[in-house]
Structure formats: structure tokens, C-alpha cells
Write a protein that binds this ligand. Structure first.
Ligand SMILES: NC(=O)c1ccc[n+]([C@@H]2O[C@H](COP(=O)([O-])OP(=O)(O)OC[C@H]3O[C@@H](n4cnc5c(N)ncnc54)[C@H](OP(=O)(O)O)[C@@H]3O)[C@@H](O)[C@H]2O)c1
Length: 245
């Protein structure tokens, strides 16, 4: 998304923990983008003090933020009772607490200006409690529900919250979360670039929610009509089969 926004001459503030990778990306965007200013703000969003620094930046009135992309997120695979408690807290801290706090910090000034956009990166995993990624899918269900409610609260104000539901996307996500990809389907994968352009297009059209990718849109539609007990039973069976494979 940063690459696509820079190409459209949008000024950027890049946030993540790895300052060296952020500086590298910033240099690339300054050199190859459409002349945008790129600011780097290295912060660990699971750390309350560092999260507060990003919240403060969102409230700075002389350099207002018109678009907040809540993209940072993580999820570890494995049976819930065996997961590391610190990793469970980290997942909830980044995916839920930081996302809510940053959205809160951004929306106040945006509402005062009657203008602004917030993108929440949720997941297809938000549509169903997912065995083996129970905490991750629950954090994403929170995001989809939260985004839907705040979108309606702000309707007609000039401020829009767009929730994005990507499916399997080729990034560093699965390696970081120790997912065993051999057990996951090989179809329907998207590139980060495809998800980014669908997300930005949906936000530009002030859409409340977008499921990225054709395969995912079919799955989301089926999930919407299938009874909950049937979905739970199918997904549970698939997870147990994958476990024993
Ligand atoms: N990949 C998929 O299949 C998939 C599917 C559906 C939804 N998503 C969602 O897409 C979003 C982006 O994930 P991705 O696939 O691009 O994964 P990724 O390659 O692992 O990227 C995660 C990003 O979040 C940042 N981040 C992680 N923890 C952070 C922390 N504590 N503080 C600040 N920044 C942090 C990382 O930077 P640093 O490590 O430098 O901090 C990195 O820029 C996530 O919300 C994820 O849940 C992904």
C-alpha cells in the first residue's frame, strides 16, 4: 500500500518495528515514488509507550493524517492450549488493542475536519472461528465487527472506515507465525500488491467492507448462507484431517 500511495504522490508515515527496513523502503519511495514526503516512525505497537508515540503523531494538527491503514498484524498457528502465553498477548495487543487505539486517535481529528479514511486489515479468518488459529481468527472477527459498527456511526460525516478481508496472501506472515502451509490449500492465493490495490480502491469508493480476490468472494458468499453448525463441523473436520496428515 505504501508503494501504491507513494506512486500517487501521497505523503506517508511508515510505522513498524524494523527501522532499518523502514528506512530502506522510505529511501526507495523517495527515489521512485511520485515526489511524496516519507516519514519513518519505528514503533512496537505491542508496547504501550511506543503505541502512545504513534497515537500522538495521529493527533498532530499541523501534519494531519488523512488515511490511516491499520495493517500490522500477526497470528501463530497451533492448538490454543499449547500456545505461548506471551505470543497470545502479543497477537491481541497488535491486532486488537493497537488497532482500536490508533483508530480512536485518528478518528477524533478526522471527524473534526469532516474528512478522512481508515482502513482496517481484517481477514477471511474473521468469518469463522478457525481451529489451530483460534486467537488469530477471534482477533480478526473483532476487527470485522468493530469496523462495521464504526462505519455506520460515521455514515454521512465525511469519514469512512473500510474493513478489508484478505485470504491467503504471499507475505512473511505464515513463516513468522510458524504456519504449516503444506496443510493449507494451494489455490486462491493473492499477492500483497493485489490485496493492496483492492483495499485502496474500496476505501476510495467509501465501501464499508471488501473481500479481496474472486475465490475469497465466493467462499465468503458461501459462508454467509451456510448454517453456523455446518460451517463449524466442516472446518473442524478439515482441521483434524490436516492435523493427522
Ligand atoms: N498473509 C496472509 O495470508 C494474510 C491473510 C489475511 C489477512 N492478513 C493480514 O494482513 C496484515 C499484514 O500482514 P502480512 O501478511 O503483510 O504479514 P507480514 O509480512 O508478517 O507483515 C506484518 C507487518 O506488521 C508489522 N508488525 C508486526 N508486528 C508489529 C508490531 N508489534 N509493531 C509494529 N509493527 C508490527 C511488521 O513489521 P515489523 O516486523 O518490522 O514490525 C510488518 O510490516 C495483517 O493484519 C494480517 O493479519 C494476512
Amino acid at each position: 500500500m505504501a508503494v501504491q500511495l507513494a506512486a500517487a504522490s501521497v505523503d506517508l508515515v511508515l510505522v513498524a518495528r524494523s527501522s532499518d527496513r523502514l528506512e530502506e523502503l522510505a529511501a526507495e519511495l523517495r527515489a521512485n515514488g511520485g515526489g511524496s514526503d516519507v516519514e519513518v516512525l519505528a514503533a512496537d505497537l505491542s508496547d504501550p509507550a511506543e503505541l502512545a508515540v504513534v497515537e500522538k503523531r495521529l493527533g498532530t494538527s499541523d501534519m494531519p493524517i488523512d488515511l490511516l491503514v491499520n495493517n500490522a498484524g500477526l497470528g501463530y498457528e497451533g492448538p490454543f492450549h499449547t500456545q505461548d502465553a506471551a505470543e497470545v498477548s502479543e497477537t491481541i495487543g497488535v491486532n486488537v488493542t493497537a488497532l482500536v487505539r490508533l483508530t480512536h486517535a485518528a478518528l477524533g481529528p478526522m471527524a473534526a475536519r469532516s474528512r478522512g479514511q481508515v482502513i482496517l486489515i481484517s481477514s477471511m479468518a474473521s468469518l469463522q472461528g478457525m481451529p489451530m488459529t483460534a486467537v488469530y481468527s477471534a482477533t480478526k472477527a473483532f476487527i470485522t465487527s468493530f469496523g462495521e459498527a464504526v462505519y455506520e456511526e460515521l455514515k454521512g460525516t465525511g469519514v469512512v472506515v473500510t474493513t478489508v478481508l484478505p485470504g491467503l496472501t504471499r507475505t512473511e506472515f505464515h513463516q513468522r507465525g510458524r504456519w504449516n502451509l503444506e496443510k493449507w490449500p494451494s489455490v486462491g492465493w493473492q499477492s500483497a500488491e493485489e490485496v493492496a490495490s483492492e483495499a485502496l480502491a474500496a476505501a476510495a469508493r467509501a465501501r464499508p467492507e471488501v473481500v479481496s480476490g474472486r475465490v475469497n468472494r465466493v467462499l465468503a458468499a458461501l459462508s454467509g448462507i451456510a448454517p453456523r453448525h455446518l460451517r463449524r463441523s466442516l472446518i473442524g473436520r478439515a482441521a483434524r484431517k490436516a492435523q493427522s496428515a
